[in-house]
Design a protein around this ligand. Structure first.
Ligand code: GLN
Ligand code: ZN
Length: 760
């Protein structure tokens, strides 16, 4: 086939060494002027463009770069700037932009939320009735800049009007039409200006089309694209979808646009079936997303090429574009710096740059009908086979344990009521027991000591001694504060997943596999490449040490299986359910070891439980079934009087109480200090039958809440939670806080609790 092109939906903007993050953060600290910021970012953009061209991308995308978040860029460009920022400056500039993103002295930031089912978080556009207008067509500047350096005309990209308007908050149903009436002409203006400047294709991203649309929404989509076709007739629009198949394929492919982009990785089955059933219009371009844009693994090139061949057997699009399944911003930049990974693993990895090479290979194959370099295909297969055959993926012990799992493994011996009785007998805690979520401040000294030890400047003995001293110091502080259940403080942990990953079999750690989580914040998830197995105790030493030094109960502290899964890059040859169960079995051994060492309260954190929910509602129940089962597999073998706690944060709980109940955990602590009223309300409708601690203060701020403030929250919660099951705690771990404010806040928390006890 001759009319074939390689392209991308988007490319990571952070740079090989997170240059982008550094530049932006320096600007925030006033280390860079605005001009310097702009110059450095321009260099980074051009570097990225040229690299993509060099890697064989025929049509490079622009507008995938941002100074914080692409959704915010669009809102800002359209003057969707909530009134509270209007007082900051006469005409909004970067100051307003970053105030919306991060808050400022005068104003709080806009809300942030997950971008579909990824771990990226965008700034939610907030419409407060202002008049929309095109401020400054930044996309046009980016297009012009790219055009100058690239051989082929770049393709500007925009998040589409349907998705964008639907994710905007602030308007009610009646105002929606008025909002859209203002919004669409601005899209038209932007697109028209791009066409006038020579843009051949405009990519419009509509990930929301992967949801089942109501008749009304489908109609809306049709109206939007009809209007665009009428008002900017010269624009060739590539309507791009990603993260899933599109359920309303038949109607979507008939929209008056020049091309349709489909995800053939996550939506492979659905989109293939639709193509089979409904064909594809001969007068449109088909963009096939065939390389996974969200994982880190090499694709099986032969298999991918066969998939495309199969599509071409069925349909004859006007032109075929080969591209990744979604923007590559969800995968790290390049494997080039991963020099410390073992070869078998490294050879099976593909980050953004390597994925572009795969796109190039496949595009050439489709163009020429044969592989340009058959050796590459041979090597590709060998690399994949080597990893599949590697001992790490063929651990018989793990396999047998997994196969032996039955329903009984997810059940504790006796029901909660019976457990509560024996636990109270053993633990003898006062009413309204006070505790914390696990970590205490990771001071500069703690961080420095750990990094000295990692560098080898400190011996194991010296480091352990330091950790013991820090723990003992905090045992004393906790005792003086009169907290009831103590923790060891997590001083040895950098991160709640990495720490466990480093001690379990099956995990690898990269040097630079960073991806953006939100704004300039990047995360470097561990890689689960092999069978996960418990090797030796991971937390027993420090927990038992702490228990030996206090008369109070010490709570053991682990990260749960689902959170470990959701915050890692996961192998793709096993189902997520199976990988999670492997982790659960490993954690079960740890919990048993803690119990054997005399620890009778054990907390298993699952802050990312909700994060793993699939995009489609109809798939939720299956996920929740195996995810909650995994938690129960790890926690169900303890004695009746060992108390299992869990903790969750970062999410909306109001419609999530049922899954939490199904964890069958004896106690849960929740992050609720910012939405307390709402949760108490839904707990009233849907009572929670276990022990529960609603976070009584927000740990994300250095502010020390008063005794009265916390007392009010406690009293309000008492309406929905009976005394026997009522716990008192802050709303998350304290590792990011300073010591002084932590002690002051906990002191007030304990005082508020004492007042409550006295009033009973
Ligand atoms: N135990 C962890 C801590 O206290 C929990 C962190 C979290 O919920 N994100 O740091
Ligand atoms: Zn938390």
């Amino acid at each position: 086939m001759t009319n074939v092109k390689s392209t991308t939906i988007g490319y990571p903007y952070i740079g090989e060494n997170r240059e982008w993050k550094r530049t932006i953060e320096r600007f925030w600290k006033n280390d860079l002027t605005e001009t310097e910021l702009e110059q450095q970012l321009k260099q980074q953009r051009i570097h990225n463009l040229l690299k993509q061209e060099k890697l064989g991308i025929d049509q490079v995308t622009v507008g995938d770069f941002t100074q914080y978040d692409r959704v915010l860029d669009l809102a800002f460009m359209f003057n969707i700037i909530p009134n509270r920022y209007k007082t900051l400056e006469q005409s909004p500039s970067l100051k307003t932009y970053y105030a919306m993103a991060r808050g400022s002295q005068e104003t709080v930031a806009c809300e942030m939320t997950k971008w579909f089912n990824t771990n990226y978080h965008y700034i939610v556009p907030e419409y407060t009735g202002e008049k929309l207008s095109l401020q400054n067509n930044t996309l046009l500047s980016l297009f012009n800049e790219a055009k100058e350096v690239l051989k082929n005309t770049p393709k500007p990209t925009l998040i589409g009007p349907f998705t964008f308007s639907k994710i905007t908050k602030g308007y009610n149903e009646q105002q929606f039409a008025a909002y859209l009436v203002q919004l669409l002409p601005l899209y038209e203006e932007v697109i028209q200006q791009l066409v006038d400047a020579g843009a051949e294709w405009i990519q419009i991203e509509e990930p929301l089309l992967t949801q089942e649309l109501s008749d009304e929404d489908l109609k809306l989509v049709q109206v939007i694209y009809k209007q665009l076709a009428e008002n900017v007739p010269q624009a060739k629009i590539m309507l791009t979808t990603y993260f899933e198949g599109i359920p309303q394929y038949e109607q979507i492919v008939q929209l008056p646009v020049a091309g349709i982009g489909l995800d053939f990785v996550h939506g492979f089955k659905e989109n293939s079936q639709s193509i089979n059933q409904f064909g594809f219009p001969n007068d449109k371009v088909l963009a096939v997303g065939v390389i996974n844009g969200r994982d880190i693994w090499t694709s099986n090139l032969k298999e991918v090429s066969q998939q495309i061949d199969a599509i071409l057997q069925l349909v004859q699009p006007k032109e075929l574009w080969i591209q990744p399944s979604c923007s590559l911003q969800h995968t790290p930049v390049t494997t080039a710096s991963e020099t410390e990974l073992f070869d078998v693993l490294k050879n099976a990895l593909a980050f953004a740059d390597e994925k572009l090479e795969e796109i190039q290979q496949i595009t050439n194959y489709i163009k020429e009908g044969k592989w340009t370099n058959p050796q590459v295909i041979q090597d590709n297969l060998t690399n994949l086979q080597n990893l599949a055959n590697h001992v790490s993926r063929n651990n018989e012990e793990v396999k047998n344990e997994l196969n032996a799992l039955t329903e009984a493994d997810t059940k504790r011996g006796v029901p909660f009521e019976t457990r509560l009785e024996v636990q109270q007998k053993l633990l003898q805690l006062p009413s309204f027991p006070t505790t914390t979520i696990g970590s205490f401040p990771q001071s500069a000294v703690v961080k420095k000591t750990r990094s000295d030890w990692r560098k080898g400047d400190l011996s194991n003995e010296q480091y352990e001694k330091f950790l013991e001293e820090e723990t003992l110091r905090w045992v004393k502080i906790q005792e003086e504060l009169e907290l009831d259940v103590l923790v060891h403080g997590e001083f040895e942990r950098t991160d709640m997943v990495e720490y466990f990953g480093e001690k379990l079999k099956g995990f690898a750690f990269t040097k630079k596999a960073w991806v953006v989580s939100y704004g300039s914040r990047c995360v470097k998830p561990p890689v689960i490449y092999g069978d996960v197995q418990w090797v030796e105790p991971m937390t027993v030493k420090e927990t038992a040490f702490t228990q030996q030094h206090t008369k109070h109960w010490v709570k053991g502290m682990l990260t749960g299986p689902v959170t470990i899964l959701n915050w890692s890059f996961v192998r793709d040859d096993l189902s997520r359910e199976k990988v999670t169960n492997q982790i659960a079995l490993a954690l079960r051994k740890e919990i048993e070891a803690l119990e054997a060492a005399g620890i009778r309260i054990i907390q298993v954190d699952e802050p990312a439980l909700r994060e793993g929910l699939p995009l489609r509602k109809k798939n939720h129940s299956d996920y929740l079934r195996w995810a909650t089962d995994a938690f129960k597999i790890s926690t169900s073998t303890v004695k009746d009087d060992t108390q299992i706690h869990t903790h969750m944060c970062y999410c909306e709980f109001n419609d999530f109480i049922d899954p939490i109940i199904s964890l069958d955990a004896d106690v849960i602590s929740l992050e609720t200090s910012r939405s307390h009223g709402e949760l108490t309300h839904s707990l009233k409708e849907n009572p929670y039958p276990y022990g529960i601690g609603l976070g009584v203060y927000d740990i994300h701020s250095p502010r020390v809440p008063s005794v009265e403030e916390m007392a009010t929250i406690l009293e309000e919660s008492l309406v929905t939670i009976p005394v026997q099951r009522f716990w008192v705690n802050p709303d998350c771990g304290l590792k990011t806080r300073g010591e002084t404010e932590t002690v002051a806040a906990l002191k007030n928390m304990v005082q508020a609790t004492k007042n409550l006890r006295n009033a009973q």
